[in-house]
Design a binder for this molecule. Sequence first.
Ligand SMILES: [Zn+2]
Length: 284
Amino acid sequence: MKWKGRQRSSNVQDVRGRKGGKTIGKMGIGGIIILVLYVVLGGDPQEALDQSGLGVEASPQTEYVESAQEKELAEMVSVVLNETEDVWHMIFREQLGREYQEPTLVLFSGTVNSACGSASASTGPFYCSGDNKLYIDLSFYNELKNRFKAPGDFAMAYVVAHEVAHHVQNLQGTTGKVHSQRRNLDEKSYNKLSVMLELQADFYAGVWAHYANSLAGIVEEGDIDEALNAAFKIGDDHIQMMGRGTVMPDSFTHGTSEQRVRWFKLGYETGDIRQGDTFNARNL
Ligand SMILES: [Zn+2]
């Protein structure tokens, strides 16, 4: 990805080095497990955290010493965020006839407090619809590379774009509609809705990549393959196979590898958000 030297977003909030205040430990081990299962790779932990009853609490920041790799990653995600702002401003204006409101990206290390409660790096990147912020611990880049075998700057860009996509869904009211169904549905049915929401976020990430290529020209040879590989590697079936050697489709919350790859690709190829209605898709 040709990101170096490009403009960075002004919406990055760096809280690395700040202690998470009330930590996730207060939720107890059961809470952690539920939260981790719920938000593995980019879910919105809103309800899981809401149920924990934790609030936001500021705490003093100590000087955070970043490694050279972290410095570069922090710059890169800031550039990617800026590129998503350009693209979504354009799409909102041209395809939706309204103004896009930019989200904030919070860089944290270890644990963090959000309006959705506290979370730790092990939760993976997530978006909180309660405060319109994306939360990323940059160590996730190494998780992607080493644990998920999905290396590359564009794999990370896809992750950022996916979280931004959750913000777009929030602005569109889709997130609220899905969350409001939580009480009415059994777990299996709600998981299906969650998969639709996640696959649409992958589609939107693909739409972003479409314009990052055609308008910004930052996509290089091999980049899309990096994103597709990441989408494949973080598919529910692939993760379950890695973890327990078997697959339980009813428990999927993000979609299979095949689905995630297919929806990202459709977004990338069309750049047309009208084609991303995963909730009414004949072939999800
Ligand atoms: Zn997600």
